[in-house]
Design a protein around this ligand. Sequence first.
Ligand SMILES: [Zn+2]
Length: 637
Amino acid sequence: MTAEEIRTRGESRLADVRDRLARLEADAPKDSDALLRDVDELQLAMTNVTSQLGVLVNVHPDLAAREACEKIQLEATKLNVRIAQSRPIYDALSAIDQGKLDPHARRAVELTLMDMKRAGIALDETKRKHAQELRERITQLSQTYSRNLRDDVRTVELPLSALEGTPADYRGAHPAGADGMVKVTTDPPDMAPLMAYSKDAAARLALSKAYFDRARGNIEVFDQLRHARHELAQALGYPSFAAYNLEDKMMGSPENLDRFLDDVRAAAKAPAERQYAALLDIARREDPSTQRIGAWDTQYYVARAKDERFHFDPREVRPYLEYNSVRQAILDLAAQLFDLTFTPYDPEEIWHEDAEHFSVTLNGKPAGFITLDMHPRPGKNKWATSFGYKLGLKDRQLPHNVLVCNFPDPKASKGPALMEHQQVVTFFHEFGHLVHGIVRGNVVEWARLGRPAENDFMEAPSRFLEDYVFELDVLRRFAKHVETGAVIPEDLVRRLQAARDFGDGVQVEQMTMRSRQSLRLHDDANIDRDCRTIAREVAERETRFELLDVTNWPANWEHMSSEAYAAAYGTYVWSDTIAADIRTGFTNGLMDIDAAHRYRDLVLAPGGNIPAADAVKNFLGRPYNTNAFKERLAKSG
Ligand SMILES: [Zn+2]
C-alpha cells in the first residue's frame, strides 16, 4: 500500500461519505426503518475510513504514507463533525417513534443522538463552526503529539558492566563496541530487561532519564491540546474537558472517578506500605544510604523481592518463552476457550512484510481476520495496542483486528527471540482485545453498536485474559526450554504463581496516581498551568517513590493523545476491578470451557448492544462490584 494508494482510496471513500450525507440531508427517508438503515450505512462508511487510517498511521514504514494518513484523518475529522452536527439528520432521528423500535435499534438511535449533542448540535451556527474548528485543531495537535513520540528513540551508551544481571541472550545481543561501551535504546523490548535486571543503578537511572526526556516538543503541544480540549468542552456547555470526557463512560463524571480512585487507594494502602518497606529493605542492603526508591526502579526491586520471598526469578522463565511458541500458544488457547480457529493467509495488500495475517472462524464459520504486527521498527508505534482495522457487523462485514506490538523479533535477534514473562502477559492482554473485536463483530448489527459504548469497559476483557499466562495447564503446553526442549517445571510455575501478585499494592497506587494525573491535567482549574507542574503535584501527593528531578512527563505519555484515555486513564484500574469480578464467575477454574463460552456469549458478544454493566451482570447473575479486586489486593503480600 503506497502513500498514493492511501490518498486516492481515502479521498474516494470520503467522497462517498459526503454523497451519502448530502442525500440524507436533502431527502431523509420518512420511513423510520429506511432512515435508520441510511444513517447506519453512513456511520459504517465513515468508520471504514477512519479505522484503516488509525492503523496505517501507526505502522506504515513509509513516512509519506503516514503523512498521507494524517491528512485524510484530518479531512475525516471535519466530515465527522459535519455529520454529528447535521440538523436534518438530528431532526429526522428525533422524530422517530422510539417505542416502535427493537431494543438494539433504539439504543443505536439514542447513542447517535447523544453523540450529536456532544458534538454541539444544539449550538447556534457560529458556535457550531467554532466547535468544528476546535475539533480540527485537536486532531492536528494529537497527531503531532503521537508523531513526536513515534519518531523519538534515544540511544544510551553504557559501560559493559551495566549488563551485569541481565539475561544471557540479552547480553549476547548487546556486544561492546571498540570503546568498551554498549548501546541500549528506549525501544520497549530493548529497555525492559535492563530496567528489570541490571545491577547498575546508574545505568537504570540513565536509561530512565533518556526515556522520560523524549518528545520535549510535546510539552507545548500537550498544553495547547489540553487548552483546545478545554475550550471545546466549555463551548459545548461542560465545566471542564474532564467532565466531557468521562460523561459517556461507565465512570460518568470526574467526581465519580475521584471517589473510585480514593476507594481503591484506601484498599491498596496497607499492602503498599508492607511492600514498599520490603523493597526499601532490599535497597538499603545494597546501598545503606538509600532514602527512597526511585519510581523508575520499582520493577527492579519488585523482581528482587519476588526472588527473595518466593525464590522466583523471571530470568528462569525466559528460556521457556520464545516468541514463535508463545504466539502459537495464544492462538491455540483462543481456539480451545472460544472455538476460534486461525489460518495463515496472504492478503492482497500489506503495509510491511513482517506482519502476519490469519483468517478466523468461529464455531466453524468464517468470522473475520486478524493481523499480528509484533516487532519494533523505525517509525512504528512504540506501544502495544489492538486496533480495529475493519468493524465487524453481522452478515454485512467481517471484522478485521490488528495487534501492533514491540516484542523481540525472531528474524532480527542474534539468538532466540526470548520474551519476558511480563511481555507474554502483554501479548495475552492485547489478544484479549482482539478476541473481543472478532466475537462481537459477528453479532452486532448496527455500526454505532460495533463496540461497547463505554470505553472504560474496554480493558476488562484484556485484563481478564492476562491471568491465563499463569495457569499451569496453559504454560505446560507451550513453554519448552529453548535449548533442551524440556517442558517448564511445575515447581517453577508454582513459584511464578506464588509471586504473581506481590507488588500489586505499590503498583495499584502508581496506577491510581497516574489516573489522577490524567484527570487533573484536564481539570478546569489547571488548564493554564504547565502540564509538568500538574503531574508533579499529583505525584508528590500520591506516590511513595522518588521522582526524576528533570523530566518531560507527561509530554511523553502515549495515552494522552487519545480521547479514549485523556482524562480517563483510570480506565485501567476501573477495568481491573471488573476483570477481577469476572474471574469469580469461573468457579471451576479458568480452563472451564462452559464458563468460557458463557463469558464469550454474554460479556464479549453483545458489544454495544447493551450497557457494559448489564453484560457483566448477565454473566455473574448480579451487579459487578470491587470486592474480588480488593480481596486479591489485600493478599498481594
Ligand atoms: Zn489494553
